[in-house]
Write a protein that binds this ligand. Structure first.
Ligand SMILES: [Zn+2]
Length: 174
């Protein structure tokens, strides 16, 4: 059987634009959030069971959001835009901000801390100033590069943080 175009990603991801640091293994192998790794894999390969995917692949459902929005139920819509999940996005955003601030406290220059805290506030939302392709892509397991967030960074600005804390991936997955 010929592989259909329905398996082709609808949203092109230019991987080179995103952070290339390896994420820590723990959240993916031993924590309950390893579920998120499966979701990311499905999202990356256009396998997540959204109405838009079912409509394109099987034609057995309308492509519109199940939660009443006047929008395609795409992966991006569900994770980044659908009002039905706004409270969840907001709660996780606040948690990420708190944990980022806690991790960076006293460890980096003020300029770097403010830039990373500002980025943490915007990770789950579309923001052309943060995301290289203008839209959030956290749900496929990528993050903006550190250079995009803080620009050039010197060793004195990262101060006492351990080496594995120098990238956004460790902050976002902590
Ligand atoms: Zn919706």
């Amino acid at each position: 059987m010929r592989r259909g175009t329905s398996f082709v990603q609808r949203e092109r991801l230019t991987v080179a634009l995103y952070d290339s640091h390896r994420l820590p293994d723990f959240p993916y192998t031993r924590a309950s959030s390893s579920f998120s790794a499966v979701v990311q894999l499905y999202a990356q390969s256009s396998q997540l069971d959204t109405a838009e995917v079912r409509h394109r692949r099987f034609r057995d459902t309308p492509p519109w959001c199940h939660f009443g929005c006047d929008a395609f139920e795409s992966v991006h819509h569900i994770f980044a835009r659908c009002p039905a999940f706004f409270a969840i996005r907001r709660a996780h955003s606040m948690q990420l901000c708190d944990e980022t601030s806690s991790l960076l406290e006293g460890g980096v220059a003020d300029r770097v801390r403010k830039a990373l805290e500002g980025a943490a506030q915007r990770v789950f939302f579309d923001d052309a100033g943060l995301w290289p392709q203008y839209q959030t892509r956290f749900y496929v397991g990528v993050l903006p590069t550190l250079a995009r967030i803080v620009g050039n960074i010197s060793e004195t600005e990262v101060g006492v943080l351990p080496p594995q804390s120098h990238d956004m991936g460790n902050i976002a997955s902590s």
